[in-house]
Design a protein around this ligand. Structure first.
Ligand SMILES: [Zn+2]
Length: 227
């Protein structure tokens, strides 16, 4: 597996609409055409405004989208028609909403948090596979959670491990870092098993796109040494 700027994606992520819109502005200035999109924190009206800004942006492709449980299938179809995503990240509690997106079941990828219990009905075989958040994996491994053991038990089924989120990790507090600042925050990559790395990795950082471009260069190097 070789990582390049094609499969390690910059991302539009942030805790509110303002942050997402400011990233889209930056993307337009830099004429960037491919990014990942994290809608996790964005409610209905704000989402409509973000979608509008995306339509007017330089973005042509969004290979990975983090869905929200309140999204309709129509909203996914909008993304399909305009930005041709390949992967949709969902959480374990999204399994209660799968019936809303029947057309896209096999394109949904399960992301576990660092902590949390298992929902027995959340069987990864019912969807496309896992979207392993690499820092969450480290947290879960350190705490030996039930989710960690479930995911680990699937390690031989390579095709389930399709995509990833990547952000920093602090071993001191066993937490992830969304606004990264030091290269040491990625030292944990060296300790991860190979089976969790997928074909596409989305940087899940809140740093400005300008900084993400610099981080991406460094991280591609680290990832290729690693896998
Ligand atoms: Zn994530």
């Amino acid at each position: 597996m070789k990582y390049t700027t094609k499969n390690v994606l910059l991302s539009i992520a942030g805790v509110n609409e303002k942050l997402l819109l400011s990233k889209i502005k930056e993307i337009n200035k830099l004429k960037i055409t491919r990014v990942a999109l994290f809608l996790t924190m964005i409610k209905k009206d704000a989402k409509r405004r973000v979608f509008k800004a995306l339509l007017k942006s330089t973005i042509k492709e969004i290979p990975l989208v983090h869905l929200r449980n309140d999204m309709s299938q129509e909203e996914i179809i909008f993304l399909e028609n305009n930005f041709h995503p390949t992967y949709y990240t969902i959480h374990e509690n999204s399994f209660d909403h799968l019936h809303k997106w029947p057309k896209f079941k096999k394109r949904l990828y399960l992301e576990f948090g660092g902590h949390g219990k298992r929902k027995p009905q959340a069987r990864v075989e019912a969807i496309g596979g896992f979207c392993v958040d690499l820092a969450h994996y480290k947290i879960a491994e350190t705490s030996q959670t039930v989710q960690f053991r479930y995911q680990f038990s699937k390690r031989k089924q390579k095709k389930l491990f399709a995509c990833n989120h990547l952000n920093g990790y602090s071993p001191k507090t066993n937490t992830c870092i969304h606004e990264v600042g030091k290269i040491e925050e990625f030292d944990f990559l060296k300790t991860l098993p190979k089976f969790i790395f997928g074909k596409t990795i989305a940087l899940e950082m809140e740093n400005p796109i300008r900084e993400q471009l610099i981080w991406r260069k460094k991280l591609i190097k680290m990832l290729n040494q690693r896998v």
